[in-house]
Design a protein around this ligand. Sequence first.
Ligand SMILES: Cc1cc2nc3c(=O)[nH]c(=O)nc-3n(C[C@H](O)[C@H](O)[C@H](O)COP(=O)(O)OP(=O)(O)OC[C@H]3O[C@@H](n4cnc5c(N)ncnc54)[C@H](O)[C@@H]3O)c2cc1C
Length: 221
Amino acid sequence: MTSPVGATDRTSVRRFPEKAVKDRSEVNAILDAGLVAHVSCVVDGQPFVMPVGYARDGDRVLFHGSTASRLFKNLAAGQACCFTVTLLDGMVLARSAFESSMHYRCVIALGSCVVLEGDEKEAALIRITDHLLPGRTDEARKAAPKESKATLMLALNLDEVSCKVSEGDPDDVPSDLTDPIYSNIWAGYVPMKEVFGEPVADPMTTEKNIPTPDYIKKWKR
Ligand SMILES: Cc1cc2nc3c(=O)[nH]c(=O)nc-3n(C[C@H](O)[C@H](O)[C@H](O)COP(=O)(O)OP(=O)(O)OC[C@H]3O[C@@H](n4cnc5c(N)ncnc54)[C@H](O)[C@@H]3O)c2cc1C
């Protein structure tokens, strides 16, 4: 059953609760802006956290990997997992190193994955490609049956989710704001953005003089 954002005991933000976001549309916007998630699993009592590409598909997230991957094998078996997407938006410079921090938007989803097969798996692969490489699906070769068989496609429902967003000015301790030395140092924040660079053609593309497709030229972050 889908719970409101941050509403369960496990997802209620306790540390700096004023940074908690309860709006599902903001959660979706963060998931749609991200490309990489960090997914955890525990093997023999040892937690591992692995980065994966992903896409949101309505009220679930999709990600795929090799059937040989330890992470994917464990998650396919239904192990509990934690799925985290973090967007880093800036560095916050307070007057003390202690109060310095970061601007971020972060979503955490808890639950167990299900394995997608058949048409659902094919549709999920297209959804992920459309999110990570918009425009590429029409042009790229489709997965061969052998490649598809070697791929585990997982879906995690966004049933139990939390969201925390940090923004704004540094939060200095009051004594630093009146201190004759520390009140005179620069404080504020430096925004950060993820950007695509100029596309670089591989040697065969260059040799054959294949122009960069418009859909790639349009990629912006
Ligand atoms: C880029 C980045 C850098 C950070 N750097 C630091 C750091 O250096 N030191 C530090 O102490 N904290 C840092 N944080 C915040 C950190 O993620 C935790 O929120 C914080 O440490 C409190 O953890 P807790 O387990 O006590 O939180 P609690 O509030 O007890 O967590 C309860 C529940 O709230 C939710 N929750 C907690 N944190 C987040 C989150 N970030 N995003 C979404 N849901 C969340 C989860 O569902 C969690 O189970 C950083 C966060 C980000 C995104």
